[in-house]
Design a protein around this ligand. Sequence first.
Ligand SMILES: [Zn+2]
Length: 206
Amino acid sequence: MLKNIDQAPYVPVFEVRDTLHKYGRYDPQTKTITVSDLIKFHGHLCGGLMEAAMALRAAFDALFPAGVIDRTDLTIISNNSACGGDVAAYLTGARARFGSHIIDLSLSGGEFIVRRVSTGDTVHVSLRPEVHPHEVKAQMRKLLGGDYSPEDIDLFGRLQWDYARRLVQHPASESFTVEHLHDFVWPDPTCLDLGRRSDNDFKDAP
Ligand SMILES: [Zn+2]
């Protein structure tokens, strides 16, 4: 499943905190989320999945210097990539249907704006231009253009996995920039207002 990536030196791992149950207080135990977990949710390993995981690793390092990511305390803006969007939702606990995961089509796949709600601390994380996978994008354009052979689909897969493998050879901070945004105006939700997430409302209850 991991295409020999799990032995690489900087495969991201995420320690997260949630609540103990619906209307429960904070769970004293944390959970560990691995790239394998992300793959089970998303369905496959791809360049976009690893790019998003590394981008959010860099963002969380800035927002949660103590190391544990509070999944009750995050909102995020991503583009509408199936891959990056899934990683954004899984790792932050934000949900498009609750208005906490905003879709902005002007962002690229490896670009996110992440806010720690309780502190207002907001970061903009984006892929450094020198890391941009031109060969993956070129092959993707070929597939989407319709003029491709079956081998082109296989090649696209290999190029993505090579890119994913390349990303985890370096710390996330080497591949992504993280900029703190001050006075950032959070956009309106992109989904119809159907209510907000409420299962975490008692997390600070005595
Ligand atoms: Zn994907």
